[in-house]
Design a binder for this molecule. Structure first.
Ligand code: HEM
Length: 309
């Protein structure tokens, strides 16, 4: 389609915008591993036959991250925080999710994300980003505005455990009778949603999210409720930049409990490709072009980093 971008070009644009650290992710480079389990609830089975919701405790490998490709980025910087999960399903299958802590994405189609990366590339003359160029990008891409507005009203969290993480994309849940339901989901932190104040953000050190999560899980497990929102006819199914109306029915479908966190080098999350299209029977992807572009781009980033490029 018109708004698609060749994944090789997407990664080239990302490398030019964020730089390259050989052996590491091209995006969401700064991160922390975690482990725990997920227990699905019977309420989910009306909508999905996925083994995720069998009620058995399912082992989970998680990775929390800062958006962007700068390994030295500050944990106080604005921008998105990620939670990626790999569920090891009974019977050997896998389900993955890679979510961010904002309720709308800044691109209705891959080209917008690509154009944003191009607008973020440093000016060869100054070696710095050009605010004029970025403003021109914003002005010409209305599908970026929802995310920009959200970011202007929100500060980053003091802990990875204090954020809500959203699927953003819609998926179809398929139940045992083959009935399909359009859903979006989010993970709601049991400890509540918190944001740094402006003063706290200015005073914060560059690195606190990893040590905070390690310390927190040493004291007690950290939990999130998984909540699905039920789509209605006409709700956008292929556009993650468009929120759904607030009043959509919500159903709690499971609990994620993380028991341990550790630096990436010491955990299992580093060499995983958290491709959001690794989904199990009972959950189906839509034709969302951003979702498809992600899968292709992650594969290239993964192939490079795993071969030390
Ligand atoms: C066209 C749009 C997007 C592109 C091109 C893109 C690209 C990438 C790439 C290349 C990586 C590194 C993959 C790796 O080396 O393993 C990554 C990581 C990540 N992305 Fe995206 N992304 C896009 C949209 C999104 C969206 C919509 C979300 C959230 C719903 C998201 C959440 C994440 C997260 C959480 C990670 C870190 C995963 C991990 O911890 O390994 N991305 N992205």
């Amino acid at each position: 389609a018109e708004g698609d971008v060749d994944p090789v070009r997407m990664i080239e644009a990302m490398e030019a915008a964020f730089g390259v650290t050989p052996g590491h992710r091209r995006n969401h480079i700064k991160g922390t591993c975690a482990v725990g389990e997920f227990v699905g609830q019977a309420s989910a089975r009306r909508y999905s036959r996925s083994p995720l919701f069998s009620g058995e405790a399912i082992p989970v490998i998680g990775r929390f991250s800062l958006g962007g490709g700068n390994p030295g980025a500050s944990d106080a910087d604005k921008g998105v925080r990620g939670m990626a999960l790999q569920f090891q399903l009974p019977g050997g299958g896998l389900q993955q999710m890679a979510m961010i802590n904002v309720p709308v994405f800044g691109a209705a189609e891959p080209k917008t994300f690509h154009d944003m990366l191009v607008a973020l590339q440093p000016d060869p003359a100054t070696g710095k980003r050009d605010p004029e160029r970025f403003r021109a990008f914003v002005d010409s891409h209305p599908d970026f505005h929802g995310l920009a507005e959200y970011n202007s009203r929100h500060n980053p969290p003091p802990s990875y455990a204090d954020s809500r993480y959203f699927s953003l994309h819609a998926f179809r849940f398929v139940n045992g009778d083959g009935e399909k339901t359009l859903v979006r989901w989010y993970f709601q932190p049991r400890d509540g949603v918190k944001e740094l104040s402006d003063a706290e953000r200015e005073a914060a050190p560059d690195d606190f999210l990893e040590s905070e999560l390690i310390g927190r899980t040493e004291k007690a497990p950290v939990e999130w409720d998984m909540v699905i929102r039920i789509g209605q006819p006409g709700d956008p199914d292929t556009d993650p930049s468009k929120p759904w109306p607030e009043d959509r029915e919500e159903v709690k479908v499971g609990v994620l409990t993380l028991t341990d966190a550790m630096p990436q080098e010491q955990g299992q999350c580093g060499p995983i490709n958290f491709d959001p299209l690794v989904i199990a029977d009972g959950i189906e992807a839509t034709d969302d072009p951003v979702l498809k572009a992600r899968s292709a781009a992650y594969a290239i980033s993964f192939g490079k980093r795993i071969s030390e490029q």
